[in-house]
Design a protein around this ligand. Structure first.
Ligand code: SF4
Length: 72
């Protein structure tokens, strides 16, 4: 369990994406300060680079992340 290397610049973590507050807090705990590598945004970042991460991709959207990665 560790802080994600993207914390500082991540629009999800910095509340720039629409969120149900409680759910957002759970994602931050589970992904941003937990299993970073399981986060959909992190997956795309690692595979395709920061510019490739869609601004509407939420941490729990792993299927979409895999599709983006597969289509690259
Ligand atoms: S775990 Fe995902 S949502 Fe959280 S800071 Fe990292 S890239 Fe952003």
């Amino acid at each position: 369990m560790a802080d994600c290397e993207c914390l500082k610049g991540c629009i999800f973590f910095n509340d720039k994406m629409k969120n149900k507050e409680a759910l957002g807090d759970i994602y931050k705990k589970n992904y941003c300060r937990g299993e970073n590598s399981a986060c959909a945004r992190f997956m795309v970042f690692k595979n395709l680079g920061r510019e490739a991460v869609p601004c509407d991709l939420y941490p729990n959207m792993q299927t979409r992340a895999n599709e983006l990665i597969a289509g690259s």
